[in-house]
Write a protein that binds this ligand. Structure first.
Ligand code: PGA
Length: 246
């Protein structure tokens, strides 16, 4: 499996920020890992034009192919821009837009039908971790956010503890290992050996200073990076840290 570093720009980035994508594309033209940038939808088309070997992804899509859904974009529209993937079920979408597992599952189906790779995010809140519910939460989310009819070769799972996103806090290495091992086993049980090729990304306060130890863990195949993906000076060392493992 190709390992992956994905950058989630969230609601950041104007036309002027495209130069960061161009800079990354030049600096990492022959990278040994997949590099993906997920800019806001307003930059998707132009980002795809300058991406070279970088992959460009969106941050959400609607589950319908088209129709009366003001403000939404469909998976087909994302593919039409030239993007290859879409992040689905990010905890900010789940919390701010009431996205249930069932909604994420339908979006995942729509994304794959449009030929996109679905990057499905799961992760527990602090309350759930403190209540000892982490594994149960991951089990439910994995089961209900991923449809039965999924193509594992166009599937990525990102484990992102909600309490680690944008906070500078990360779980212990043991906690990350436990979560990733659980995800791998669960996917293997459900989808068979093809699940060995589903990249499992860790997300939540990944930066240059902690990337190396996180990437050394078993079943951690890369990272989904928020804040540290905005500037190449922060993102490039994370890419190098993952490349050092392959
Ligand atoms: P962060 O965000 O790296 O800024 O913590 C990660 C994410 O939300 O994907």
């Amino acid at each position: 499996m190709r390992k992956m570093v994905a950058g989630n720009w969230k609601m950041n980035g104007l036309q002027v920020s495209l130069k960061n994508i161009a800079e990354l594309a030049t600096a990492h033209d022959s990278a040994r890992v997949d590099i993906m940038i997920c800019p806001p939808a307003t930059l998707l088309s132009k980002a795809c034009e300058i991406a070279r070997s970088l992959k460009i992804g969106a941050q959400d899509c609607h589950s319908a192919e088209h129709g009366a859904h003001t403000g939404d974009i469909s998976a087909n529209m994302i593919a039409d821009c030239g993007a290859k993937a879409v992040i689905l079920g990010h905890s900010e979408r789940r919390a701010n837009h009431n996205e249930s597992d069932a909604i994420v599952r339908d979006k995942t189906s729509a994304a794959q039908s449009a030929g996109l790779t679905a990057v499905v995010c799961i992760g527990e809140t602090l309350e759930q971790r403190e209540a000892g519910e982490t594994i149960a939460v991951l089990e439910t989310q994995l089961k209900a956010s991923i449809p039965d009819k999924v193509d594992p070769s166009r599937m990525v799972v990102a484990y992102e503890p909600v309490w680690a996103i944008g906070t500078g806090k990360i779980p212990t290495l043991e906690q990350i290992t436990e979560a990733h091992q659980f995800c791998r086993r669960t996917l293997l049980k459900r989808f068979g050996s093809a699940a060995n090729n589903v990249p499992l990304l860790y997300g939540g306060s990944v930066k240059a200073s902690n990337a190396e130890e996180i990437f050394s863990l078993q079943n951690v195949d890369g990272a989904l990076v928020g804040g540290a993906s905005l500037a190449p000076v922060d993102f490039s060392p994370i890419i190098h840290a993952l490349e050092a493992t392959v």
